[in-house]
Write a protein that binds this ligand. Sequence first.
Ligand SMILES: Cc1cc2nc3c(=O)[nH]c(=O)nc-3n(C[C@H](O)[C@H](O)[C@H](O)COP(=O)(O)OP(=O)(O)OC[C@H]3O[C@@H](n4cnc5c(N)ncnc54)[C@H](O)[C@@H]3O)c2cc1C
Length: 389
Amino acid sequence: MTANTYDIAVVGGGIHGTGVAQAASAAGYRVLLIEQTALASGTSGRSSKLVHGGLRYLESGQLRLVYESLHERSRLLALAPDLVRLTPFYIPIYRDTARRPWTVGLGLSLYAMLGGFTRGTRFTMVSRRVWGDLDGLRTDGLQAVWRYQDAQTDDVALTRAVARSAIQLGAELACPAEFLSARPTDDGYRLIIRNAGADKEIFCRVIVNAAGPWVDSVAQRVHPAVPRLAMELVQGTHAIFPGQLTRGVYYVEAPQDRRAVFVMPWHEGTLVGTTETSYTGDPAQVRPLPEEFTYLQETVRYYFPRRSLDIIDGFSGLRVLPRGDTRLFRRPRGTLFLQEPGAGRYVAIYGGKLTGYRSAGAQVMKLLRSVLPPAMVIADPANIPLQPD
Ligand SMILES: Cc1cc2nc3c(=O)[nH]c(=O)nc-3n(C[C@H](O)[C@H](O)[C@H](O)COP(=O)(O)OP(=O)(O)OC[C@H]3O[C@@H](n4cnc5c(N)ncnc54)[C@H](O)[C@@H]3O)c2cc1C
């Protein structure tokens, strides 16, 4: 192989692109990871920073997603103890909360069962005596508080750690470098990428489109045309408020529409999110909207009446959801893969979770098995420890 020839070109240096780069290089393939701005500069740096099963997805019947995510959570707790940590989560139930204490208890039992009743799946009802110690949580009308466990991470640090692992396994990183086009060759594609103002030619056998909210614009640059999923972008905004939480994460219902909102400790402040707002613009231009900040401030005021409502920072990320008629909340949150029929030299990743990146990488490799030559496996990503910078 010449210097500009690879088995796999991965477009996008978010958690999915770095996860695929890690899986592919561990499987013994020559990999180029192409990122236009910086690692984790897209959605993977603007998430809720949770490595979780997704308790709320039980309500929409996404049991498989919850099971797989809890399994991945366990794996990441073992592989990356300095990056992924179990944190207590509190669910307060008031007289006007839509979910009743027993419904939440039932959900937590199912969550624990899907998680294999491991240490991280224990849950309990918090005694009324200690309600006053819960970071100023409103106790007026409070009927019950459940405590369970999920994990928090630093999404940028996690993505960077996965990228570093891929590079240690032999992957190359082109960053900042923009993928401009791909045209077919006898055994793959000829790519043009723009690196430091200069266009460069790359050859590869397969392309993995891991461009997150840019997935469609990257697909349009591949010739001949590749399949595209009818999709929708949904903006999720977080706001950071001053003051720390000492007990853990609070999982509340927004008073306006009963959507789930997390109130989380984050460095010196408190991270609150998210919103769900349809988005149609350029993914690079997504910004918090004043009405989203108001929604989050009202949620904080409702549950933590003594806390400051000043917003010291905020950020927005974009979810990629399949287009549909059901409410955004009800749409499937799992990862979708779209492969070019026939030769199958192109695979695109839609949606997904930070938590599930390793299994997404493994699934992409499974889809590409028939079009890649055999290679000497170097390692199994399920056993590679991850360290922060
Ligand atoms: C508000 C919000 C909160 C979330 N919270 C959680 C959570 O707590 N836990 C969880 O598990 N999941 C969470 N998710 C889901 C998770 O964050 C995303 O599914 C995941 O980060 C998507 O990663 P990605 O790699 O697909 O996309 P991205 O991280 O967006 O990466 C795509 C990359 O492609 C690059 N790119 C685009 N076009 C090109 C090009 N032409 N050339 C080169 N590079 C290009 C971009 O610069 C970008 O860096 C959340 C999502 C949102 C929106």
